[in-house]
Ligand binder design. Structure first.
Ligand SMILES: O=c1[nH]c(=O)c2[nH]c(=O)[nH]c2[nH]1
Length: 298
């Protein structure tokens, strides 16, 4: 029986880095969580414990902090991840590939009676911006996205016309609450874009499509969101969504002699529907390794 080493990668997970840009008295903050992983000539590290090609995970962590200083900050997370990946692969002949994943948490300036504060911040939104850069030799892929973009519309959502079986109890509805936490990941064609600008636009397009689609199913809303993004962003090859259908059930108030004209709901937390799909172009470039270690949906 032969036993061999299969796919592998290693690195430091969740390197928490906060960078303060103090070039003026109006400070700017960048708050990220970097997971660095490397691939390469690691056979003997695993099989006999020869660490001659094992750039320690501790060094990877230190590199993340040092580069934030050397490069004068982080910039767009995609650019930081690409530069880290290039550093690891190009500077070490025993490293053939890298996966650099970054989450970004955003902060707003605290609004004071004298205006936005120079150096005091409040966490904005619950959503997290994400990117995963994969580099294999000279080839590079960027998948970006967000998680936890929580949205709700209080009307403009229907669900009916579905097949009925002997297990069906769901009532058809022409007016329900539609609520979800959007997780989206999109694959860029190419690696040089204004990533910050694209991110802001894609987020806004998703929100606008959610708001403006008169929804006959969360699936339809999802597809409208993806279509809006692909129509406006030729640099995006495909976009994947995972969206829980956060059910809001009308409470029966009749035991109390009360009607309930779509006003009082029980916000259930589980179980929830989970709606997932890829929206892609017919002529999208091949994904290559872009999704190799990115969860297909969640
Ligand atoms: O938008 C919806 N899609 C479904 O597939 C589904 N299934 C369900 O029970 N409610 C809903 N709502």
């Amino acid at each position: 029986m032969g036993i061999r080493l299969g796919d592998n990668q290693y690195g430091k997970a969740e390197v928490r880095l906060v960078h303060i840009d103090r070039r003026t008295d109006v400070h700017r903050i960048k708050d990220v969580n970097v997971t660095s992983q490397l691939r390469g000539d690691l056979e003997e590290v695993h099989t006999v414990g020869d660490n001659g090609t094992c750039l320690p995970t501790d060094t990877q962590k230190n590199t993340v902090y040092a580069k934030a200083r050397e490069w004068g900050g982080v910039g767009a997370v995609e650019d930081f991840a690409l530069r880290l990946a290039r550093h690891f692969v190009d500077e070490h002949d025993y490293v053939s590939g890298a996966r650099q994943e970054i989450e970004e948490y955003s902060w707003d300036r605290i609004a004071t009676s004298e205006g936005p504060h120079d150096h005091s911040f409040v966490r904005s939104g619950a959503e997290t911006r994400t990117t995963v850069v994969t580099k294999e030799g000279g080839r590079e892929w960027v998948v970006s996205g967000f998680t936890g973009l929580t949205v709700l519309k209080s009307t403009g959502s229907e669900f009916h016309g579905y097949p009925k079986t002997r297990y069906t109890t769901l009532q058809e509805t022409t007016d329900r609450i539609l609520a979800t936490d959007v997780t989206a990941r999109w694959r860029y064609a190419g690696t040089s874009h204004d990533f910050d600008k694209a991110y802001a636009s894609i987020r806004a397009l998703c929100l606008e499509a959610f708001a403006n689609t008169h929804s006959l199913a969360l699936q339809q809303t999802l597809f409208q969101m993806g279509t809006a993004v692909l129509e406006a962003h030729p640099e995006v090859a495909e976009i994947r969504f995972s969206m829980p259908n956060k059910h809001h059930f009308l409470v029966d108030l009749s035991p109390f002699g009360l009607d309930n004209p779509n006003e009082v709901f029980f916000a259930a937390d589980r179980p929830y529907g989970r709606i997932e799909a890829v929206v892609e172009r017919d002529d999208a470039p091949e994904p290559g390794d872009a999704w190799k270690s990115v969860p297909a949906f969640l």
